[in-house]
Design a protein around this ligand. Sequence first.
Ligand SMILES: [Zn+2]
Length: 537
Amino acid sequence: MVGIVLSTLAGPAAGQQRGVDVRSYDVGIVIPDSGSSVTAWAAITFRRVPSSDDTLRLDLVGLSVDSVRESRSGHLLRFAYDGRLLKVLIAGLPDPQDADEEDVVVFYHGLPQDGLLIGSNARGKRSAFADNWPERARYWLPTVDHPSDKAGIQFHVVVPDGWRVVAPGYDEGCRRRRSDARWFCEWLQAAPIPAYTMVIAAGEFTVSKHRPVINGRDTIPIEVWTYPEDSAFADSVPFRRATEIVEVMQRLIAPFPYEKLAHVQSSTKFGGMENSSAIFYAEKPYIERKMGEGVVRHETAHQWFGDAVTERDWPHLWLSEGFATYFDGVIEAALDGDSILAKHMRANAESYFASDVTDRPIVDSGFAADPIKLLNANSYPKGAWVLNMLRGLMGDSAFFRGLRTYYSTYRDSTATSEDFQHVMETAARADFGWFFHQWLYQPGYPQLDVTWQYDSGARRAVVGITQRQKREWGLFRLPVLTLEFRAADGATLRRNVAVTSGSRETSARFDVPFPPAEVRVDPDGKLLLRVTAIGRR
Ligand SMILES: [Zn+2]
């Protein structure tokens, strides 16, 4: 996501061994005509893992559980619910030897304290929006509410007359109920997605259809769902190139992973939230006519990285946010010219340098229990820099080949930083242990003092480089650091030096045919570093 409004409502870290693997959720929910209380059921299809005991543990916060049944037989199951964790006794269910998958259905109701926002949107109209990140699905859906357990999701939603509903996956249509004239809408997301993107939006929307993406025999609809007053602005400004953005990602990585892509104006607390195939965007920037394309590029890139390939645990969040931040720039460069990526990377460097997380590493288990704190300059701009520097190290061809392999290997599944490293090392046929160690597990960045002297007789420059960053950050290895010698008359000469992590000091001598008036370090901005001092010795 982008543009964070801080919340402290994140639940405790899940991810504890549950002894089950949820395959799919099938959820029916009634959105009321007034008030915010919902009536719902959720069928959970799961497999036991070998370490399973006889209890199915589901996150569900602050609601009332009416009953739990075995889906096929309808038999009531014993359960215990303390307002945070629903424990269902599944001892009586068919033995996993007999039935590969088991189903239970939870009937529940109540007023969601979070996760599902029912009320007035910024245009004063009643609507309902789910907002699940990071672990807020549990406020309205009984789930294993952790990204490690992705699952399919089907929603059956009953809404007031005149409303429309959008959710992940394939549109199974709406019909008007004869009994009460309310609408009944269904969406099916078959490929597994993280619980934090299992959302619905319901209300009065104008839906505009943009040019679809055609992949062989598959047509991917691209739709913009807005409050009616904001439709013309949305189509012509932030989403003008919604289709082209998807096409760039398809050229670079792989076909779009889902059945459709809906861009939805919403009451999400995030600037944008990458819900799988139904991206939600904050409503105010539409109304203020301030919304730009950057958030669209970022959230669209998440459909591949974050949604289809999901971080297995929160400390690996950069696999989602660092990728989306990087591809925001990569996509814009593909559409508007290569020099734009360098601008993105400079801005990313400045925002990271100015942040309060430079003393922490990107892969930061210290924040695993509070993922909101991982929405920081390590996961976003520094994560983007890790990819940009890896691309520099590998070259474009091997880098994108590696990304495509990483994507296809872990699509509809989860990955860790080690998984990503392994794929990229294989693609490059190189050992990048040092690279991933210094950029993901060490804090900080190199700060360099550079001095030089010139021997006019020998026409030789001697350059000394000292790593001046805090000792706690460690030393950095920069196998290719470019120096540019510039003469007073504007002549330039570029030479590379290898900075090792074995010592704070590196020195090198170069034949330079003119007396340098100036030496520039990393003139093309290829590395995340700061030059703290530079001058003639
Ligand atoms: Zn994001």
